[in-house]
Design a protein around this ligand. Structure first.
Ligand SMILES: [Zn+2]
Length: 331
């Protein structure tokens, strides 16, 4: 029987309930600690803000969120556990490194030069965090975060794909990815070639393009599509996401889509102020899908049952490791 590690307990896939697959309590871009002017994070304020957000989600029927913050982007699993304990909300954290373009790459590039099998070394770290916990906290990662940047695939990001594959095969834990809405098909190809079942992969940020063929290639290949950046209008307008999602569901792939917003509730450093969020068209409300997008999907002909599947059934089947049915005549 599959058990999922949340930040403070083990749960069964049926206990996930209504789930947002990609939101962040707190994020800090690598280097924020070197900014002398940046304000020190006010822990109490951060916890209070996160607890408030989660109370709103709970009032709307949500019971679980995934915070797939990479290890090098200010991930704070003790904060997650604290907020989880105060709210009773399921929070699942991840282990994994961010892209060669935007991650904390200096350390790993040097390691890479010194180590003949960097992917294996990185994977060992992921496995440690999945089986024993992060640092000395005992808080276990419930999934692997894989990130790749823009095409063409860099050598660094190729190593991250391999490391994620090794760690998933060794532990049976699923993979959730970051993409720039490209190379998701390459992630899928490389991981499945290593033996990772396609249905153990969520190709994240797939809604960052409106390329129907790209979406269906990943869906037909048997992986989940993350339509997980609703409200990030600075990347792609929501109208495009809604139209793309309606098309994908219309093509029969609604059983392999998960939804979310990629909101960040607290930034480390002096990165983005509340006002800047608004100016840049960055949504910070994890109920944006429920309040704004759901009515638009219904308007576009998507049924409530299909919406509920993306919020409840699909996350459950993904974590349970259930195989997806054949789509478009391919196995
Ligand atoms: Zn994210």
């Amino acid at each position: 029987m599959t058990q999922i590690s949340t930040v403070d307990k083990l749960i069964k896939p049926e206990e996930l309930g209504k789930t947002l697959m990609h939101e962040h309590l707190q994020t800090g871009m690598p280097g924020w600690t070197t900014d002398p002017i940046a304000p020190a994070p006010d822990k109490r304020e951060v916890v209070a803000k996160c607890v408030d957000r989660i109370a709103e989600m709970q009032a709307s029927g949500f019971t679980t969120m995934i915070d797939p913050c990479p290890n090098d982007l200010g991930r704070d699993v003790e904060l997650m556990a604290d907020v989880s304990a105060r709210t009773g909300f399921n929070i699942i954290c991840a282990t994994g490194l961010y892209t060669g373009e935007l991650g904390a790459t200096a350390y790993w590039r040097l390691r890479e030069q010194m180590n003949s099998d960097a992917a294996q070394y990185i994977a060992e770290g992921y496995i440690k965090e999945i089986t024993q916990g992060v640092g000395e906290t005992g808080i276990k990662a419930g999934m692997i975060k894989l990130s790749t940047g823009n095409a063409p695939l860099s050598d660094y990001d190729a190593i991250l794909i391999e490391a994620a594959g090794h760690a998933s095969l060794a532990t049976g834990v699923p993979i959730i990815t970051h993409t720039e809405a490209v190379l998701g098909d390459v992630q899928q190809e490389r991981l499945t070639a290593m033996g990772v079942p396609a249905h153990r992969i969520v190709v994240g940020h797939s809604c960052g393009c409106d390329d129907f063929e790209y979406h269906m290639k990943i869906a037909t290949g048997g992986s989940y599509l993350g339509f997980d950046r609703f409200g990030l209008d600075m990347v792609v307008p929501d109208a495009t996401r809604v139209a793309s999602l309606a098309k994908v569901i219309g093509a029969g792939a609604g059983d392999r889509v998960v939804v979310s917003h990629d909101t960040v509730w607290c930034w480390l450093g002096s990165f983005i102020s509340e006002e800047m969020h608004e100016q840049l068209g960055i949504n910070t409300n994890p109920l944006h899908f429920t309040n704004v997008i759901m009515p638009q999907l219904l308007e576009a002909g998507v049924t409530q049952a299909q919406i509920d599947a993306m919020l409840v059934d699909n996350p459950r089947r993904y974590f349970a490791g259930e195989a997806l049915s054949t789509l478009g005549g391919q196995t």
